[in-house]
Design a protein. Structure first.
Length: 138
């Protein structure tokens, strides 16, 4: 795995560490449950509540590493989530989901502090990638 992939996973893991005694806080899982589970299912096997309504088979995302020679494809997954790589199943990039949705939802709620929305988007994506990595079948 490239050094940049390890760095990305390290950052994502750090973002998933419980803070202030909230031992059940898992930002990646929360992001997955909100944005991905309806299609990919709570367990990532592709059997979400919308899966039957799709005109295609929703992929099992617990086998991403297995289908990539045993290596979790961090960069490709990041690109799919943030919208740089088009995936037919996810709709056009104009659809308010993935990168566009995360950018809009990262807008500051208050104007009285310095805020970098791109950093917030990266943090959410990396947390989600960390969770997807943890879902991989062993």
């Amino acid at each position: 795995m490239k050094a940049t992939n390890w760095i990305a996973l390290a950052v994502a893991s750090a973002l998933s560490v419980p803070v202030c005694g909230a031992d059940k806080l898992d930002i990646g899982k929360m992001e997955y449950d909100q944005s991905c589970a309806t299609c990919h299912g709570l367990n990532g096997k592709g059997k979400g509540s919308f899966a039957e309504a799709m005109q295609f088979t929703v992929p099992d995302i617990t086998t991403l590493a297995k289908r990539n020679g045993g290596v979790f494809p961090v960069t490709r997954v990041y690109n799919v989530i943030d919208g740089r790589e088009e995936v037919t199943a996810h709709g056009s990039r104009a659809m308010p989901i993935w990168g566009t949705y995360l950018s809009v939802s990262a807008a500051p709620r208050y104007d009285d502090y310095a805020y970098n929305p791109e950093a917030a988007v990266r943090g959410r994506i990396l947390s989600l990638i960390d969770y997807l990595y943890r879902l991989q079948a062993k």
